[in-house]
Design a protein around this ligand. Structure first.
Ligand SMILES: NC(=O)c1ccc[n+]([C@@H]2O[C@H](COP(=O)([O-])OP(=O)(O)OC[C@H]3O[C@@H](n4cnc5c(N)ncnc54)[C@H](O)[C@@H]3O)[C@@H](O)[C@H]2O)c1
Ligand SMILES: O=C(O)[C@H](O)COP(=O)(O)O
Length: 530
């Protein structure tokens, strides 16, 4: 059996993706269509899966994929992927945001022209032996107003193309600036003005709570009588149930659909699809040779880069993992993760609040460093591999409140990470710093200065500060043939307490630790393994 990583390429992905993956030492297995049972069998040992819009990557499927690291979408929309479930499992989700932009913009323009010139009906009629020149009298788009909802990549592309036809273009997009709109030749308006002024409305937004039912019976009074509508974005942006009535009562004169709230459309959609003033295509926006090749090439490279932890372009739930490739950040990421591992073993599971204080420049990367800290902190969580994708999510699920503080400077260290552990019994604060390139150390516990490398086997204990303590505790190690590699001690004369960190060459067994903990004056002792 090959030990190369395996990636499932589903939903008729262009075979070029398999060739690219093969060149990067990855087995890309192409499948046009799999039954649920076949998919379950194939995904068991897959490191990656690439889909278009057909395969549902849901919680149930992800649960069958213990080795899965990346879900790639060869296209834009990720509504068939349960991103939350993937995030929870530490699985990266990525898409190819621009590979099919041109094709989809061209398709939307094709639908607009089909509507105004009755092209599909006229073709069908002539093919049926009729010569209906009068029946298919059309209208020009020149001089008419096109309303574009969503001025992202595709919406802007449609606007540019229809401007070339001499249309006036008005648009609505909360994220579009007036300056950019002016450059494109689009007049930005609010939705009410767009409804009122448009002869044709085309939508190019994702389906969200804000865009669902963007056009339904409710908007009828606001629309220009006999408006033409185009949806080449996502089913559900127009209320499909209302559209038939709106066509029949003349509110809408022509409708073009490429996408449906259920795909393929269910039988209750037949009356709408068969309506003489409806042009419909089966989700063909991205279905061109060029777009399919582009998205397949892009996703194959992106996926291979992600599996090699080299680059995370196109990632949707991997902001921190994408930042983690920054070379300057590497030592701090490692420090943060090791501190996380240290703190969970020091403080135990009862912690409900963690405040992480960043001193110096590392504060500019607080978000990703906190994610790395949490990945270390939760490394013993058994339900999923914990990584930069899911660590914060898992911490949240455990009810741990996370706070970040950024400070510009401290006394001794120019760069310092200090973790304040809320609710821990004996240890409430741990500070760590990087020495040189790759020497990660704890430099303080509670208010005491202590210096211990974040590696190997450690024993940390808190004790009454009195003569003979160190000899009494360390003798238990000597008696059991365990060598001490280094030792650091911090003391607080004010309350007569000390904290000691001992690095040992091999782990101490439970009985030895119990003997050490029972030495008179030892108040709290814990082993740590890094
Ligand atoms: N039919 C197809 O085959 C096909 C192909 C590709 C993409 N799509 C779909 O087309 C849509 C647009 O894709 P894109 O690549 O242009 O995405 P994009 O992210 O570049 O653009 C989407 C735009 O919608 C805007 N937007 C979001 N909510 C809005 C709201 N409430 N009102 C107005 N604007 C809003 C955003 O600000 C953004 O500018 C997506 O839904 C995508 O899934 C369909
Ligand atoms: O979101 C997309 O990229 C489009 O809807 C295309 O979907 P498809 O890859 O299934 O054609």
């Amino acid at each position: 059996m090959s030990n190369k990583p395996k990636v499932l390429l589903l939903d008729n992905i262009d075979p070029v993706s398999a060739e690219i993956l093969a060149g990067r030492g990855i087995n890309g297995e192409l499948y046009a269509k799999l039954t649920p049972a076949e998919l379950e069998a194939h995904i068991k040992d897959a490191a990656g899966i690439v889909v278009r819009s057909a395969t549902q990557v849901d919680e149930a499927l992800l649960a069958k994929a213990p080795k899965l690291k990346v879900v790639g979408r060869a296209g834009v929309g990720v509504d068939n992927i349960d991103i939350q479930a993937a995030t929870r499992r530490g699985v990266l989700v990525m898409n190819t945001p621009d590979g099919n932009t041109i094709s989809t913009a061209e398709h939307a323009c094709g639908l607009i022209l089909s509507l105004v010139r009755n092209i599909p009906n006229a073709v069908e009629s002539l093919k049926a032996g009729r010569w209906d020149r009068k029946k298919y009298l059309g209208t020009e788009v020149h001089g008419k107003t096109l309303g574009v909802v969503g001025l992202g990549k595709i919406g802007s592309g449609v606007a540019q193309r229809m401007l070339a036809f001499g249309m006036h273009v008005v648009g609505f997009d909360p994220y579009m600036t007036n300056e950019r709109a002016r450059e494109l030749g689009i007049k930005l308006v609010d939705m009410d003005e767009l409804y009122a002024s448009s002869d044709i409305i085309t939508v190019h937004t994702p389906l969200t709570d804000k865009t669902r039912n963007l056009i339904s019976k409710e908007q009828a009074p606001k629309l220009k009588k006999g408006v033409k509508l185009v949806n080449c974005a996502r089913g559900g942006i127009f209320n499909e149930a209302d559209l038939l009535d709106m066509l029949n009562d003349g509110t809408v004169s022509e409708l073009a659909l490429d996408v449906y709230s259920t795909e393929p459309p269910t039988d209750d959609m037949r009356a709408l699809l068969e309506h003489p003033h409806v042009v419909c295509t089966p989700h063909l926006g991205a279905s061109t040779e060029e777009a399919q090749e582009k998205v397949a090439v892009q996703i194959a490279h992106q996926l291979a880069d992600a599996l090699e932890l080299k680059d995370f372009k196109g990632s949707i739930n991997g902001k921190s993992i994408a930042l983690s490739t920054n070379a300057e950040l590497q030592p701090y990421l490692k420090l943060a993760e090791q501190l996380g591992r240290f703190c969970i073993q020091l403080a135990g599971w009862n912690v409900k609040e963690l405040t992480i204080e960043y001193t110096g420049k590392c504060g500019t990367h607080a978000e990703v460093l906190t994610d790395a800290f949490l990945a270390g902190y939760l490394h013993q969580v058994d339900e999923a591999p914990v990584n930069l994708i899911n660590s914060r999510y898992l911490a949240d699920g455990k009810g741990i409140k996370i706070r970040e503080i950024k400070e510009s400077s401290s006394g001794t260290f120019s760069e310092l990470m200090t973790v304040h552990i809320g609710g821990a019994e004996a240890f409430s604060r741990v500070s760590g710093a990087v020495f040189g390139d790759s020497d990660y150390r704890v430099v303080g516990i509670n208010s005491l200065q202590i210096e211990v490398q974040l590696q190997g086997n450690l024993i940390i204990y808190k004790n009454v500060d009195k003569p003979g303590m160190l000899a009494a505790v360390s003798s238990k190690l000597a008696e059991n043939d365990i060598n001490i590699a280094s030792l650091s001690l911090g003391r607080n004369p004010a309350n007569m307490r000390a904290i000691t960190a001992i690095a040992i060459d091999k782990p101490a067994e439970k009985t030895i630790l119990e003997e050490m903990a029972s030495v008179d004056g030892v108040e709290y002792l814990t082993p740590i393994s890094l």
